[in-house]
Design a protein around this ligand. Structure first.
Ligand code: NAD
Length: 471
């Protein structure tokens, strides 16, 4: 794959660039390939191709769009292994476990489900005073900006609802993981009309230029809160529609009636899915004092059985941190926690000189709000554990954070758990699990975790504008 030529995809054609940038394998530091660095003129070409395609695509009937989305799902299924291998090579996640093959399976499932969603004309009134219909119309060119943690699945979350509702797309993947998106877009162009789906890659400036571009009508962005705020600022001048899926710092609250051994596996994967590099992963764990030590012990036991290694090895279930910047952030947060009296239960030491960005699975107990590892989104394989005694107080601490993406409550008493859940300030709350998302359920954050939702009908309507027809 190192020798493969990756090009921009504009108007159904592979387009070369004057410059390229290197993409590395986070397991080894070796080059995975060279990504094309688009110029601003090439971004304009991509937007203009999408605008031209919009003139036809927006007028297609519902069945045509639905068939196109099913064809996308089929193409993902038919090319899953090739894309999974490339994804592992640039993202680092293992092929197995909840890794690349799982991500491709998710992408296909989301595409297929979204293909089947409908937004029929709604009759608001039909009487002797008249008839009023509500129609959903496509918006125009959708600019999609994606992160490096789940690059293909998130790309599909953006692309498919946009195309399903008659929009056209220009996607810009993260500079850390651009190659699998280029290849996926190339494959999807085999089943889509030219210009409906375009891909430009480059550094962050391309994303900034998209959010102020007059030819783009909507930005759907998944990434950090900091970047989301910048996008919102630069999108203001052209009054773009926005869907922003931003950072999270999800709290999990474990009530004293839980069986620590029974919940350890669920807690672990809630926190460490994709090495903790997941927006709605469990990032702060609050455990009642009665079972605190038992939960710490069971989690440590479970964590010690996890095989971390090169993503290409079939027996790895977790891979490296995706990039050096993130590795250093996780390492610094854990070091800070240790300096503040955090008790390391497992992990906590990494060899900076070893190849790749491997940081061990790390559990740090005896922390509290006010410690950076608790307050900040670590986005990596390190979980802070906090002891609590009073339920109202722990709910206050869980909510004492600018983020509001997800949360979880763990208890055998479902009614009690639901009462706690209703007091958490977040877009999704899980009971006795964490982070499970589905294509038929809307997902989005409150507070600084975002604007709008994705998935299901509620997500689909965000790719439309309303037109009411009075007769
Ligand atoms: P990031 O914000 O650094 O980058 C995301 C994308 O934005 C990349 O494509 C990047 O090139 C682009 N970008 C950077 N600067 C830009 C600018 N000024 N204008 C426009 N685009 C710009 O995020 P990341 O580090 O790739 O991803 C990690 C973050 O994403 C975490 O905070 C995580 O919680 C969040 N995330 C959220 C969700 C969700 O659904 N809420 C899902 C996945 C990740």
């Amino acid at each position: 794959m190192v020798d493969q030529q990756y090009k921009l995809i504009i108007n159904g054609q592979a387009v070369a660039t004057n410059q390229t940038f290197e993409v590395v394998n986070p397991s080894t530091g070796a080059a995975t390939g060279a990504a094309p660095k688009a110029s601003l003129a090439q971004l304009d070409e991509a937007v203009s191709a999408a605008q031209t395609a919009f003139e036809t695509w927006s007028k297609t009937d519902d069945g045509t769009r639905q068939r196109a989305c099913i064809a996308i799902a089929d193409a993902l299924r038919d090319n899953a292994e090739e894309l999974a291998q490339l994804l592992t090579l640039e993202q680092g996640k293992p092929l197995n476990g909840m890794g690349s093959r799982f991500e491709l399976g998710g992408a296909e499932a989301w595409a297929r489900h979204t293909a089947g969603l409908e937004l029929p004309v709604k009759v608001l009134q039909d009487d002797n005073q008249g008839r009023v219909e509500l129609h959903r119309k496509p918006i125009g060119v959708v600019g999609s900006i994606t992160p490096w943690n789940w690059p293909l699945m998130i790309a599909i979350w953006h692309i498919v609802p946009a195309i399903r509702t008659g929009n056209t797309v220009v996607i810009k993947p993260s500079p850390f993981t651009p190659l699998s998106t280029i290849r996926m877009v190339e494959l999807l162009n085999q089943v889509l009309p030219a210009g409906v789906l375009n891909c430009v890659t480059g550094e962050n400036e391309i994303g900034a230029s998209m959010s102020s571009h007059p030819g783009i009508a909507k930005i759907v962005f998944t990434g950090s809160t900091e970047t989301g705020k910048k996008i919102m600022g630069s999108a203001a001048a052209t009054l773009k529609r926005l869907t922003l899926e931003l950072g999270g710092n999800d709290a999990g609250i474990v009530l004293p009636d839980c069986d620590p051994r029974q919940i350890a596996e669920g807690l672990f994967w809630g926190a460490f899915i994709n090495g903790g590099q997941t927006c709605a992963a469990l990032k702060r764990l609050y455990v009642h004092e009665d079972i605190y030590e038992d939960v710490c012990r069971e989690l440590t036991n479970y964590a010690s059985s996890i095989k971390v290694g090169d993503g290409r090895s079939e027996d790895s279930v977790l891979g490296p941190v995706q990039n050096r910047m993130q590795y250093e952030k996780v390492r610094d947060l854990v070091n800070d926690a240790k300096g503040r009296g955090g008790r390391v239960l497992i992990g906590g030491e990494a060899d900076d000189k070893a190849p790749g960005n491997f940081y061990p699975v790390t559990l740090v107990a005896d922390l509290d709000n006010g410690d950076r590892l608790v307050d900040e989104e670590q986005f990596g394989p390190a979980l802070p554990i906090i002891k609590f005694s009073d339920l109202d107080e722990v709910i206050r601490r869980a909510n004492d954070n600018p983020n509001g993406l997800g949360g979880s409550v763990w208890s055998r008493d479902i009614e009690k758990a639901k009462k706690v859940a209703s007091q958490l300030e977040c877009g999704s709350v899980w009971i006795n699990k964490h982070g499970a998302i589905q294509p038929n359920v809307p997902f989005g954050g409150v507070k600084s975790s975002g604007l709008g939702v994705e998935f299901a009908e509620e997500g689909l309507v965000e790719y439309t504008t309303i037109q009411v027809v009075y007769q």
